[in-house]
Ligand binder design. Structure first.
Ligand code: 3PG
Ligand code: MG
Length: 409
């Protein structure tokens, strides 16, 4: 297990940021933000605006310097069907963005980059803000399409990347082909990306040990690749959430009605020889009857038929909390239970509390995890709460991002 010298990481120190721009007066600044906020499934209302708030210092700085700001983001994963995708229009995001910024935000409503967007961008005056329509409404966005990128690039004099949550997407035109097409114009990082990179570089470059990771959430197969890379860096890994049940089932423990897909089992199996050495699994769990979630019980060992695992149990919380307290650095991604239901949130709250009250350097990543920490009121007591999910995991792992390669040094 070698430590990763800080110098070998991407190091934001080399990259230009908006602070390096000397003359922004009257400039059109094209800024990629990650306003991919969680939405209520029925109403489409924004359930958490953390990602919008996180970009405000950059936007405010640009406006204060006399720039006109053209912001762009994706929202969700549109299917290409206007009815199914109606909640993914940027109108509510634009409204919330305007409220938080305390000034009107214009929004173009035709195609992402068409005559209306172009006219709105052209007419934009210093101090004004325009938000483009959901970038993913145009299929060319996720194909890194050069013509699409070129058309967007033409709107700006300066390119700013302040979309940390999307920095790992190396086929998104707005992240890679747009800045590539603006070569020769300033292409810099915003404050949010700069801070995320700096903090994660600082912690992962030469981590204070013991370095502990806590992993939860669903999507076992997605996370296994990350777990492999993580095991090379961390001293210990605690597992909770849905992925814990994949490991338990792979070990031969009966998980009752808990759904574990075949590919999740297959993903967990090769890691079993690390269990009890470098990986710790829950010793007890809260389970609920699948047809009556109010019927719960805590079990150690097999889960009874008809019940599914919904949270880690109190013994596991105590054990994990103790591990957290005796570590020097703790990184956490993924809730350890179905925390949206208050009755199943104790495990996630317990992990958050143990981290917030420990003396360790604490870093939280992942949309849901960050929201949980915020809802429990512990966000200000963590060393860093990342706005990234997949990007956070990939950057902790030490991946190089094509998006960052486009930023001036
Ligand atoms: C995220 O929430 O992970 C980012 O906004 C990127 O979105 P994506 O996972 O749909 O690419
Ligand atoms: Mg993602």
């Amino acid at each position: 297990m070698g430590s990763d010298p800080l110098t070998s990481r991407c190091t934001v120190a080399k990259k230009k940021t908006i602070s390096d721009l000397t003359d922004l007066q009257g400039k059109k600044v094209l800024i990629r933000v990650d306003f991919n906020v969680p939405l209520d499934k029925q109403s489409g209302d924004i359930t958490n605006d953390r990602r919008i708030r996180a970009a405000l210092p950059t936007i405010q700085f640009l406006l204060d310097k006399g720039a006109a700001v053209i912001a762009m983001s994706h929202l969700g994963r549109p299917k290409g069907d206007p009815i199914a995708d109606k909640n993914l229009k940027m109108d509510k995001v634009a409204a919330r963005f305007g409220e938080l910024l305390d000034r009107p935000v214009k929004k173009s409503s035709d195609e992402v980059i068409g005559p209306e967007a172009r006219a709105a961008a052209l007419a934009l005056k210093p101090g004004e803000v325009l938000l483009l329509e959901n970038l993913r409404f145009d299929a060319r966005e996720q194909k890194n399409d050069p013509d699409f990128a070129h058309a967007i690039a033409a709107l700006g004099d300066v390119y700013v990347n302040d979309a940390f949550g999307t920095c790992h997407n190396d086929k998104d035109a707005s992240m890679v082909a747009v800045p590539a097409s603006m070569k020769g114009k300033p292409r810099v990082l915003g404050f949010l990306v700069a801070k995320e990179l700096e903090v994660i570089d600082g912690i992962m470059g030469n981590p204070k040990r013991p370095l502990l990771a806590v992993m939860g959430g669903a999507k076992v197969s997605d996370k296994v690749k990350f777990i492999n890379a993580l095991l090379a860096k961390v001293d210990h890994l605690l597992i909770g959430g849905k992925i814990a049940f994949a490991f338990l089932k792979a070990k031969g423990v009966d998980v009752g009605a808990t759904r574990v897909a075949d590919e999740e089992l297959a993903a967990a199996r090769p890691l079993l020889d690390r269990v009890d050495r470098q990986i710790t699994l829950p010793v007890d769990c809260l389970c609920a009857k699948s047809d009556d979630l109010n019927a719960t019980r805590v079990v150690e060992g097999p889960i009874p038929a008809g019940f599914e695992g919904v949270d880690i149990g109190a013994k596991t919380v105590a054990h994990y909390a103790n591990k957290i307290r005796t570590s020097a650095t703790v990184i956490w991604n993924g809730p350890v239970g179905w925390f949206e239901k208050p009755a199943f949130a104790k495990g996630t709250q317990g992990i958050a509390e143990a981290m917030a009250t420990s003396g360790a350097i604490t870093v939280v990543g992942g949309g849901e995890t960050a929201e949980a920490v915020e809802e429990f009121g512990y966000d200000s007591r963590m060393t860093h709460v990342s706005t990234g999910g997949g990007a956070f995991l990939a950057y902790v792992e030490g991946k190089k991002f094509a998006s960052l390669a486009q930023i001036d040094e």
